[in-house]
Design a protein around this ligand. Structure first.
Ligand SMILES: [Zn+2]
Length: 72
């Protein structure tokens, strides 16, 4: 399955970033992610802490940087 892309910008507020990564199954915003920097793009493995749903999202360089700086 191709990674889905998420919509947020590098300067969006944490609330918007969190909302864009929220679980698609139970809509929980309690999602842990692990960044996987690739050569041309980046991906993040997301795990929902509420229901255990796992998914991979593709990130732009700007989004990856944002997530790297957005540690909870
Ligand atoms: Zn969930």
């Amino acid at each position: 399955m191709a990674p889905e892309s998420v919509l947020f910008r590098g300067d969006d507020s944490p609330v918007l970033v969190e909302a864009s990564l929220a679980c698609r199954v139970c809509l929980s915003g309690d999602v842990e992610y692990v960044l996987k920097p690739e050569l041309w793009a980046a991906e993040a493995d997301c795990v929902c802490l509420a229901c255990g749903e796992r998914r991979t999202v593709s990130l732009t360089e700007e989004q990856a940087l944002r997530l790297a700086l957005h540690r909870r």
